[in-house]
Design a protein around this ligand. Structure first.
Ligand SMILES: [Zn+2]
Length: 55
């Protein structure tokens, strides 16, 4: 069994292991297919100054 050649330089989605031509396509893919995950990390790393949560 021969594994297909994988271009190491191409970005790989760590969520679903899909390989993309460039970072732009990877980012676009994650924003669509992993929207909730991307949004979660955006909030986690850089909370919006005007985002106030009221309990
Ligand atoms: Zn993915």
């Amino acid at each position: 069994m021969v594994l297909p050649m994988v271009d190491q330089h191409k970005p790989k989605c760590y969520l679903c292991s899909n390989v993309f031509e460039n970072l732009e396509e990877l980012r676009r893919h994650q924003e669509v297919d992993h929207k909730e995950f991307v949004e979660f990390h955006k909030n986690d790393h850089s909370p919006a100054p005007g985002d106030v949560t009221v309990f």
